[in-house]
Design a protein around this ligand. Structure first.
Ligand SMILES: [Zn+2]
Length: 298
């Protein structure tokens, strides 16, 4: 049975926090975890605690405005990102912010994780966008996370870390672990050669299946059977290319491409006016047009 009482949720939060540390998804005092309690308050980690050694006394109960209701210590300023997720998504029951090293390395190198390469990831997560850099703990960053979570269950923060939401702590943790595993596989594949995308029609088929089977953001689930499902238009212009970067990768990497040219055999990134790190998000018309182009529907 899934934990549901405050006592069970406190124990689950400690367990998942320790797992985050043991799986090298954060170190030292990094990161923070939270879970919605019955009644609408939020249980979270206090500022400045070690997630590998976390104990019950280091948990704080806050309201949706971030005001402390019970417990010692103060909630971290990064809790604003968690609260933005809860406000955006009534279906979200838990949020984890961590610093998975390989995912962060991808953002430093200007490589996008918003690519349709691994079927399991497309099924369960869709694409993971990287949000443009903003100072940690600011309202600006929290607002960006809250907005992006309307369409995604997990996002990367440029140069910083991951924010993963779920119906439960376990689901949020699975998403975090999946992202880092994907980054490890992509890094290994990069050392062997070009990373090949899934063919567009297969990516769309998997995503529709995943949204229907496993759920996701309500806005994405509502798009499950629309052209392209919830995949960004950039992903729909890549039909399993072997050597060229995907359009999503190109859009992401453009700001750093001039300083660090791509390796031989890869197409140079085209200039873009998109903010660094922001994968373009779909308008219905754009998505439909991209799907028609790729699938040859005119
Ligand atoms: Zn952080």
């Amino acid at each position: 049975m899934a934990p549901s009482s405050e006592r069970e949720l406190r124990a689950e939060l400690l367990r998942i926090s320790h797992l985050c540390y043991e799986r090298h998804l954060l170190v030292a005092l990094d990161g923070n975890l939270s879970v919605r309690l019955p009644g609408g308050l939020v249980l979270c980690t206090q500022a400045g605690c070690h997630k590998g050694l976390l104990v019950d006394d280091e948990l704080v109960v806050i309201d949706l405005e971030g005001k402390r209701v019970r417990g010692a210590g103060a909630p971290t300023s990064e809790m604003a990102m968690h609260l933005a997720c809860y406000r955006s998504r009534p279906d979200v029951g838990a949020v984890i912010h961590a610093h998975p090293p390989l995912c962060i390395a991808f953002t430093l190198a200007g490589r996008s994780l918003a690519r349709c390469v691994l079927p399991e990831v497309v099924l369960t997560l869709g694409t993971v966008p990287t949000l443009a850099y903003a100072t940690t703990g600011t309202e600006l960053l929290a607002a960006r996370v809250g907005e992006a979570m309307l369409r995604h269950d997990a996002v990367m923060l440029d140069r910083h870390g991951a924010v993963c939401a779920g119906r439960s702590l376990r689901e949020a943790f699975c998403r975090l672990e999946t992202m880092e595993h994907m980054a490890a596989i992509m890094q290994a594949a990069h050392t062997l050669g070009a990373v090949r995308e899934l063919p567009c029609d297969e990516a769309v088929k998997l995503r529709t299946l995943g949204l229907e089977r496993y759920g996701g953001p309500p806005a994405a689930v509502a798009r499950a059977r629309q052209p392209g499902a919830d995949l960004p238009p950039a992903c729909l212009t890549c039909a399993g290319c072997e050597h060229a970067p995907s359009a999503a990768d190109t859009a992401f990497a453009a700001p750093v491409a001039a300083a660090a040219p791509r390796s031989a055999g890869r197409v140079p990134a085209a200039p873009t006016s998109a903010p660094p790190g922001l994968a373009p998000q779909g308008l219905d018309g754009e998505v439909a047009a991209a799907v028609r182009r790729v699938l040859g529907g005119g």
